[in-house]
Design a protein around this ligand. Structure first.
Ligand code: SF4
Length: 214
């Protein structure tokens, strides 16, 4: 059965389809990704080498050396840390509302299990976010896009469930963190385990940020 591949096979790789091991050219020229795998297998067979997994080796070579050719999804580095979606080696660019949607969706299976900080701590965090230059509105209406409003409402329902209807006095509703992509009101209430997405953005938070204390 044909295996799927993260490699963008419809575009010729830089330098033409080739394969190196430890800097040594093994297959100098091939017509396609499939041909490259076949030529690597042939090279190993004719040199009395173990066959191994030529496709995996070719994919690793390409994804390591030419990440723009590779659509591999990065694995979460640690439990509870949100995966970063990659497209050809680069993080997928999302709108503010898409980022908040993704952040909320990643937590929905924990509804009812997410633990909350006391109200005074939630208020303290919300106050810092309210004064932070990284605060950004994510739910502004988009003219001529009724579907966008339905999308916003869907996110709001998820966020309400995630924070169990809790509200700070500051109320940063409809605003997100432009660094980490979370909804400010919901995140203000959450205990540390639900906030591990921050580890993907270490070094990017401003000095005043409360996430740096966790
Ligand atoms: S950087 Fe920190 S303080 Fe600023 S908006 Fe994001 S979470 Fe809030």
């Amino acid at each position: 059965m044909k295996r799927t591949t993260p490699v963008m096979t419809g575009v010729v790789m830089p330098g033409g389809w080739h394969y190196k091991e430890n800097g040594k050219m093994i297959v100098e020229e091939a017509e396609s990704f499939t041909d490259l795998i076949a030529k690597l297998a042939h090279y190993r067979a004719t040199n009395s080498m173990p066959l191994g997994d030529p496709q995996a080796d070719v994919e690793n070579y390409i994804c390591t050396n030419f990440p723009n050719m590779c659509g591999r999804i990065a694995q979460p580095p640690e439990e509870g840390v949100d995966p970063i979606e990659l497209s050809y080696g680069q993080p997928v660019k999302k709108t503010p509302r898409e980022r908040v949607m993704q952040w909320a969706a990643n937590r929905m299976q924990k509804v009812g299990v997410v633990e909350f900080v006391p109200m005074d701590e939630a208020e303290r965090r919300a106050l810092m976010c309210a004064a932070c230059p990284m605060k950004r509105q994510w739910n502004e209406p988009i003219e001529g896009c009724p579907g966008c409003q339905a999308y916003v409402e869907e996110i709001e329902v998820m966020l309400f469930k995630l924070r169990a209807g809790k509200h700070t006095i500051i109320m940063n509703d409809g605003h997100m963190c432009d660094v980490a992509g979370h909804d400010l009101e919901a995140a203000s209430w959450m205990e540390e385990p639900a906030l591990r997405h921050r580890r993907n953005y270490e070094g990017k938070f401003p000095e005043i940020c409360w996430l740096k204390e966790l």
